[in-house]
Design a protein around this ligand. Structure first.
Ligand SMILES: *[C@@H]1O[C@H](CO)[C@@H](O)[C@H](O)[C@H]1NC(C)=O
Ligand SMILES: *[C@@H]1O[C@H](CO)[C@@H](O)[C@H](O)[C@H]1NC(C)=O
Ligand SMILES: *[C@@H]1O[C@H](CO)[C@@H](O)[C@H](O)[C@H]1NC(C)=O
Ligand SMILES: *[C@@H]1O[C@H](CO)[C@@H](O)[C@H](O)[C@H]1NC(C)=O
Ligand SMILES: *[C@@H]1O[C@H](CO)[C@@H](O)[C@H](O)[C@H]1NC(C)=O
Ligand SMILES: *[C@@H]1O[C@H](CO)[C@@H](O)[C@H](O)[C@H]1NC(C)=O
Ligand SMILES: *[C@@H]1O[C@H](CO)[C@@H](O)[C@H](O)[C@H]1NC(C)=O
Length: 287
């Protein structure tokens, strides 16, 4: 016989509650651990240094831990790095002939506002971790040889006002989510290998007013749609080709069926003539 258990519901609830409290603690600990790994300017700058090479070889030579530039209020001792409130705020090293790739550890510069590594010779892809730079305002990586996709994770960088990725070898589609970046004032992905449709929300605002013009998108042979001109985009051509093909095959089938009907008529005519011949042979002569 089962004894109804009056405290069961209560006990179950308590168990659930303690499990969820436990989970909250675990996730708090996890978040903190993650924050400690990610929110660390030294990890960020050492990561940057470890994957880049400067042509003159001296640029990074004094980027050592003990020289970390943001401890004091004196001007930064790392070239191209500016600090604020003891945190790295700007990484600005354009046109220095840097080679190598972007470290995913850049995301550890949690207070970074500006990343400008334009006009270098960077290769490799854009780390997805750039999407963790929650305060970044300006990202200029134009005039390099970066490849791979534009990470859709960038849609999480709420304060992005400038995205300049022009003149690289980026491929794939432009992530639609970038259209949701409300502060975006400059968006340039021209002269890459991007393809697909220009996301509607980047071409037009939600009111239907133009947002970014064709200059932002030109020089990508696989990219199509407004605001790119229809005449020199691949999609326009392929539509013309499809129409042409349809028209051509329609004409061909018309000609074929016309020929078939003609042949059929001719055959029946001949057969009729033959039948008539037979009949006239069978007919007695009434001469
Ligand atoms: C990135 O940071 C992690 C954690 O500190 C470290 O283990 C790894 O070696 C770093 N990678 C680079 C490329 O610096
Ligand atoms: C700057 O701070 C880092 C990390 O807190 C420390 O390792 C380094 O020794 C400090 N350097 C100076 C010059 O205070
Ligand atoms: C590190 O090198 C830069 C030049 O690249 C120089 O301006 C800076 O003063 C140097 N910093 C230290 C601490 O030597
Ligand atoms: C990005 O950098 C390039 C080269 O340094 C520069 O010409 C361009 O104006 C910059 N883009 C923006 C939006 O400031
Ligand atoms: C953006 O951040 C949210 C919340 O942290 C996360 O759930 C989402 O997956 C992120 N989006 C992308 C594209 O990474
Ligand atoms: C954007 O707006 C223009 C007119 O300003 C319109 O011609 C075009 O069709 C719109 N494009 C999209 C994708 O909504
Ligand atoms: C696109 O807009 C920019 C300013 O946002 C302007 O300088 C440029 O001339 C425009 N290009 C075209 C093709 O309209």
């Amino acid at each position: 016989m089962r004894i109804p258990c009056s405290g069961c519901a209560n006990r179950k609830w308590k168990a659930q509650r303690s499990t969820s409290i436990f989970l909250v603690f675990v996730s708090m600990f996890w978040d903190q651990a993650l924050a400690q790994v990610l929110n660390n300017d030294i990890v960020c700058l050492q990561g940057l240094k470890s994957q880049l090479k400067s042509t003159d070889g001296t640029l990074f030579s004094n980027w050592t831990g003990s020289n970390f530039p943001c401890n004091s209020s004196s001007p930064s001792s790392y070239r191209g790095i500016e600090c604020s409130n003891s945190r790295v705020q700007t990484i600005q090293l354009p046109g220095l002939g840097l080679t190598g790739s972007l470290s995913p550890n850049l995301s550890a510069c949690a207070n970074l506002l500006k990343l400008d590594l334009s006009e270098n010779s960077l290769t490799g892809s854009l780390p997805l971790q750039l999407g963790l730079l929650g305060n970044i305002v300006t990202m200029n990586l134009s005039y390099n040889s970066l490849s791979g996709a534009i990470p859709q994770e960038l849609e999480n960088c709420t304060y992005l006002s400038v995205i300049d990725l022009a003149h690289n070898q980026l491929s794939g589609a432009i992530p639609e989510g970038l259209a949701s970046l409300q502060k975006l004032q400059t968006f340039d992905v021209s002269y890459n290998n991007l393809n697909g449709a220009v996301p509607t929300g980047l071409a037009n605002t939600s009111n239907g007013a133009p947002r970014f013009n064709s200059s932002s998108f030109e020089g990508n042979s696989g990219l199509y749609g407004y605001p790119l001109p229809a005449a020199n985009n691949v999609h326009g051509l392929s539509v013309a080709a499809i129409v042409g093909l349809g028209f051509g095959s329609g004409l061909l089938s018309l000609i074929l069926s016309f020929t078939a009907v003609c042949l059929w008529l001719r055959v029946t005519e001949q057969r009729n003539a033959a039948e008539e011949g037979k009949i006239s042979q069978l007919m007695p002569d009434y001469d």
